[in-house]
Structures are given as C-alpha cells and as structure tokens.
Design a protein around this ligand. Structure first.
Ligand code: CMP
Length: 140
C-alpha cells in the first residue's frame, strides 16, 4: 500500500481534558508518524471555512462554535494507507458505535464532542493539509 498523509485534528473536548499525549500514543502505536503538529485556537470564521462542506447541516453552527471554543491540535499523520488507518484508529463518528480500543470509544463524549477529526479521502486530505500547513512545515 502507498505511503499517504492525512490531516488530523485533536478537538477541544480532548485538549480541555489534557488528552493530546494519550491520543498521539494511539496514532504512533498504530504505525502512524506525526510529521507535523501545532496547537492553535480557531476563530469561528476559520472553523466555518474548514467545515464548509457541512454548512447546510443542522449541526453546523454548533460544530463551528465547539471547534472555536478552545485550542485544537492540528497534525499531519503519515504512513502506509494513513487515511484509512487513521479512520480505523479514530473509530466511528458516534462514540456509541465506535469499536473498543479506538480513540472515540475511549475518549469521545458525544457525536459532536468526538475528540478527533480525520480526513476521509485523498483529495480531502490534500485540501485539509494545505488549509493548515505550508510545505515548509512538513518535514517527513
Ligand atoms: P468530523 O469527523 O470532525 O466531521 C464533521 C463533524 O460533525 C463530525 O466529526 C462530528 O463531530 C460532527 N457531527 C456529525 N453529526 C453531528 C450531529 N448530529 N450533531 C453534532 N455534531 C455532529
């Protein structure tokens, strides 16, 4: 399988509970390398642009407010089949459906406050990485 990169976000519910290290350990234990990482505080506008694809959904306002409510850690994860592997490590969007041992099963509070975001396909991974990182910040 090809080496891929994917965009990951550790969300406010997890940074608030000091879970960054525990979540990063799950990525690294699964063979994903954190090749770029920074802690930032999103504005409502920045969160809204990132989640623009969900703008028509009823939870969009709540989602943007939550993502702008406290710092997030944005990261680029690299590895063989990294996009699918990261989605496996995260578990299902709703923690009630997430498999045992996944990040969302272990840490998420609800479908909205679900601790992590991960890109869902190669084209969105490329767009989402470029939204937060310049080429100079990706050191491999
Ligand atoms: P994420 O992978 O970041 O992509 C979109 C997010 O919308 C998703 O994770 C959830 O956190 C959020 N989301 C999806 N469904 C709902 C919902 N019904 N209510 C609130 N937030 C939701």
């Amino acid at each position: 399988m090809a080496i891929e990169r994917t965009l990951s976000i550790i969300k406010p519910d997890a940074t608030n509970r000091n879970l960054t290290g525990k979540i990063n350990a799950k990525f690294e234990d699964a063979g994903l390398r954190i090749v770029a990482q920074k802690r930032i505080k999103l504005s409502m506008e920045q969160a809204g642009k990132f989640y623009e694809v969900h703008a028509a959904r009823p939870f969009y306002g709540e989602l943007c407010e939550f993502m702008a409510s406290a710092p997030v850690v944005v990261q680029v994860l690299e590895g063989e089949g990294a996009i699918a592997k990261n989605r496996e490590v995260m578990g299902a969007t709703n923690p009630k459906d997430a498999a045992a041992g996944t990040i969302r099963a272990d840490f998420a509070l609800s479908v909205g406050e679900n601790s992590v975001h991960g890109s869902d396909a190669p084209d969105t991974a490329a767009q989402e990485i470029a939204y937060f990182f310049s080429g100079l910040e990706l050191v491999g």
